[in-house]
Design a protein around this ligand. Structure first.
Ligand SMILES: [Zn+2]
Length: 214
C-alpha cells in the first residue's frame, strides 16, 4: 500500500477474515487457545491498552482478559499472518477502574489512531472490532418479532430463536472521495457536461470495516 495512505487511520487492515471458520466452534476454540492468539479489549467504547515502560500494546492474550473484567462478548476478527486475532468486550463500568492502573491505558479508538499509539496494521482491526461490538450492543432484540437475539458466527451475525430470523451488521456508506481530476478518474464514463454537474464526489457502499486504498 502507498505509504501516504498507510498513515491514515483505519485504512490498513491486513486481516484474513476467514469467514469459513466462523461457524466452526472447535476450530475457534483451538485458535483462541493458541499461544500467539491476540485479543483487542474494549470496556464499552473504550479501548484497553497494555503499557510496558514507554511501549503500548493493543493485544492481550485471550486467557488474560477475564482478569480485566467480565467478558461479555468474544468476536473472531481473522488471522494476521496465521496469528488469530479476536475482540473481547468487558463491562463498560470497568473502564474507570482500569484507568487507575499504571500498567494499562484506557483510551478511545479515535485518539489511538490520531496519536499513532498502535502500529498501523492494528488500527484497522481496532476500528472493525469497535464497530462490530457497537452493533451488537444496539441490536440485541430481533427486528422482526422483538424477542432477544443472540450472537452467532463468531460475532458476525445475530440469530433470533423465536422466529429464526438472522440479522447482519448493516452496510454503511463509508467511502467518500473528492473527484479532483474528473476526466481521468471517477467521472471518466460521464459526458463532460454531466461530469461537471454531477460528480462532486463519489460514494461507495461496502460491508462493515476498514477498506484498502490502492
Ligand atoms: Zn425474531
Amino acid at each position: 500500500m502507498n505509504d501516504r495512505f498507510s498513515k491514515l487511520g483505519y485504512v490498513t487492515n491486513p486481516l484474513d477474515r476467514r469467514a469459513d471458520l466462523r461457524d466452526q466452534a472447535d476450530a475457534l476454540k483451538k485458535l483462541r487457545a493458541q499461544k500467539d492468539a491476540g485479543a483487542l479489549v474494549f470496556a464499552g467504547d473504550q479501548s484497553i491498552l497494555k503499557r510496558e515502560g514507554e511501549a503500548l500494546h493493543g493485544l492481550f492474550a485471550p486467557h488474560d482478559v477475564s482478569a480485566l473484567g467480565s467478558v461479555r462478548a468474544t468476536l473472531f476478527l481473522g488471522l494476521h499472518d496465521e496469528r488469530p486475532i479476536f475482540a473481547e468486550e468487558i463491562e463498560a463500568e470497568a473502564a474507570e477502574r482500569l484507568s487507575t492502573r499504571d500498567d494499562l491505558m484506557v483510551i478511545d479508538a479515535r485518539s489511538i489512531a490520531v496519536q499513532g499509539l498502535l502500529p498501523a496494521p492494528l488500527i484497522g482491526p481496532l476500528a472493525e472490532a469497535k464497530a462490530l461490538l457497537h452493533w451488537h450492543r444496539k441490536h440485541q432484540f430481533c427486528a422482526a418479532c422483538g424477542a432477544p437475539s443472540r450472537v452467532s458466527s463468531a460475532g458476525w451475525k445475530r440469530v433470533c430463536d423465536a422466529c429464526t430470523a438472522e440479522h447482519f451488521p448493516r452496510t454503511d456508506p463509508v467511502v467518500i472521495m473528492l473527484a479532483k481530476r474528473l476526466k481521468r478518474r471517477c467521472a471518466a464514463k460521464l459526458s463532460k457536461k454531466r461530469a461537471c454537474a454531477q460528480a462532486p464526489c463519489a460514494i461507495s457502499l461496502r460491508s462493515l470495516g476498514p477498506f484498502p486504498l490502492r
